[in-house]
Design a protein. Structure first.
Length: 191
């Protein structure tokens, strides 16, 4: 399954577009008419419709830099650990599954870092060309992938990957799709 993360600029809503199915809508706050468990601060809801009437997952703030992914019936699906706000060289994202499995996702796999080093001279030429012209530069970032793997499995199977273009690939047996949706939104969510 491949997820493509896109933002609808007109209404400040986010969309997830799974290949071969209808887009999923992401809304701020809690689902309408559904109370949250005690002590949970609503973050966002992933729903099949734009109104949020049929939510797939509810994501709530559990603590500092921690999010909990809940079913509409408030059962815990996973817990997401976000990196610190201060930018580091290789950010670490974590997914804690209820069975005790921990998936780590570091920005920048070895092949993507090597590709970045190979493309660096071309990128510098591009930046020099932009400096000499009047064209505005887009947000420039390194061409890196992120791969979520089980803790300690350096060469093990990947549960989820994100490509340079923001496409998420999830193995059929690797991870609950609701968790993948929530991680795709949580990584880029501003607000």
């Amino acid at each position: 399954m491949t997820l493509t993360f896109a933002r609808d600029l007109d209404s400040k809503r986010y969309l997830l577009r799974p290949r071969g199915s209808d887009p999923l809508h992401v809304r701020r706050g809690a689902p309408d008419g559904r109370p949250l468990p005690e002590g949970c601060k609503p973050r966002f809801v992933i729903a099949a419709d734009a109104g949020g009437a049929s939510p797939l997952a509810v994501v709530v703030r559990k603590g500092d830099r921690r999010l909990a992914v809940l079913t509409p019936d408030h059962e815990l699906v996973a817990e997401l650990g976000l990196p610190p706000r201060k930018k580091r060289w290789r950010r670490l994202y974590e997914i804690h599954l209820p069975d005790g499995t921990v998936l780590h996702g570091r920005e920048g796999t070895v092949p993507s870092l090597l590709l970045c080093l190979l493309l660096l001279p071309l990128a510098l030429l591009y930046l020099v060309g932009l400096a000499m012209s009047d064209m505005p530069a887009a947000d420039f970032s390194a061409p890196l992938r992120t791969a979520w793997k089980r803790q300690g499995a350096v060469f093990g199977r990947v549960a989820m990957t994100e490509s340079v273009r923001g496409r998420f690939r999830v193995r059929g047996d690797g991870l609950d799709h609701r968790v993948a949706y929530a991680q795709a939104v949580a990584k880029y969510w501003k607000g």
